[in-house]
Design a protein. Structure first.
Length: 118
């Protein structure tokens, strides 16, 4: 019991002394970091990096937009002229394939016991 009490007293003293020294060191590190962040050279580099990222996002966004438009246009042209798969699922109202012929009504195949299309 005496050993546990000594351990607790020692841990408590170490905590109090360490927290005081720790807080002072924390404040020192914090003020150094703040001075560095507010340095004009760092701010200039931050501004350069921000501009570079914005430019890259604009370029990549425009490229992605162009690719998407190409895919949409090629998909819509290939589906309407090919006479085959139009991109709609089997059994949809516009489908004339074999999958939609058995057990269907005008809305396509239904699940057993359901009026909703499959």
């Amino acid at each position: 019991m005496k050993g546990k009490l000594a351990l607790l007293v020692g841990a408590g003293a170490g905590y109090v002394l360490g927290s005081r020294a720790g807080r002072a060191r924390y404040e020192q590190i914090r003020s150094s970091a703040r001075r560095m962040w507010e340095d004009p050279r760092v701010q200039h580099k931050k501004q350069e990096a921000t501009s570079a990222v914005k430019d890259a996002v604009r370029e990549q966004g425009a490229a992605a937009k162009d690719k998407i438009q190409e895919k949409v246009q090629s998909h819509s042209h290939s589906g309407s002229h090919s006479g085959g798969h139009s991109g709609s699922p089997a059994g949809s109202p516009g489908d004339t394939g074999a999958a939609g012929s058995a057990g269907t009504d005008s809305a396509g195949p239904t699940r057993p016991g359901s009026s909703w299309p499959a």
